[in-house]
Design a protein around this ligand. Structure first.
Ligand SMILES: [Zn+2]
Length: 230
């Protein structure tokens, strides 16, 4: 019994306040950095960020580096199409390069994800123009913050359009929200006097909703039943 370490005295030294200079961070710095990076992502809170970081720590090295490489590749290779501002892995996107598309018809959308939603309907064979947002005076976003200049150039100069074709029709495919409507009206006004037909998607898409969430049938109808802008 005499050789048994005195549990109470040894544990007493392991507890209690420590001097701040000796206090370790909760995680090693690199882990903390990974958690912070995850927490910067939209919709990811601190707790989820920690869970993701631990998932990465547990994953086989090849899998974790695959994620890192995918992020790196997307930043190095993906850019905006020179003609329509869609996401592209070359100077001009796949849709603009496709000679079987009717490149005289240009459907104007706010974001690349709207383009994807419309493309998934399989109902549209023209090309697009991505504005990269909508006019929103309250957020300080005017036409010059968007790709409006590029759109007008495509209409005024066929050489700036996909395949060098003259634009015959512009379809406004903005979200049916107050700002989307305002942007549409601004564009319709700008396009007046240019020899181009201007239509907008039909309102099968409920007001206040977003194109990316509309179902395929509704979007398909919206394309076929597009209306003249007056
Ligand atoms: Zn393009």
């Amino acid at each position: 019994m005499a050789d048994t370490p005195d549990a109470s005295s040894s544990s007493a030294s392991a507890f209690g306040p420590i001097s701040s200079s000796r206090k370790a961070a909760a995680y090693p710095k690199v882990v903390d950095r990974l958690i912070s990076e995850f927490a910067n992502l939209p919709g990811i809170g601190r707790r989820t960020a920690e869970r993701l970081a631990f998932h990465v720590l547990k994953s086989p090295e090849a899998e974790a580096l695959g994620l890192a490489r995918a992020i790196s590749d997307v930043k190095k290779t993906v850019r905006h199409c020179r003609v329509c501002w869609n996401l592209a892995d070359e100077d001009v996107c796949e849709i603009c390069r496709d000679g079987s598309r009717e490149r005289g018809t240009v459907l104007v959308v706010e974001q690349p994800k709207d383009l994807i939603a419309l493309e998934q309907t399989g109902m549209y064979k023209g090309v697009y123009h991505v504005l990269m947002g909508r006019i929103s005076p309250l957020d300080g976003i005017g036409p010059s913050e968007l790709t409006v200049g590029g759109l007008l150039e495509r209409i005024d100069d066929p050489a700036a359009n996909a395949g060098g074709e003259k634009v015959q029709e512009v379809i406004l495919g903005l979200n049916p929200t107050i700002e989307g409507d305002g942007t549409g009206m601004y564009l319709a006004e700008e396009l007046k006097g240019r020899s181009v037909r201007v239509t907008r998607l039909a309102r099968g898409v409920p007001t206040g909703s977003q194109l990316e969430y509309a179902n395929k049938a509704v979007l398909g109808d919206a394309i076929i039943c597009r209306q003249e802008m007056r």
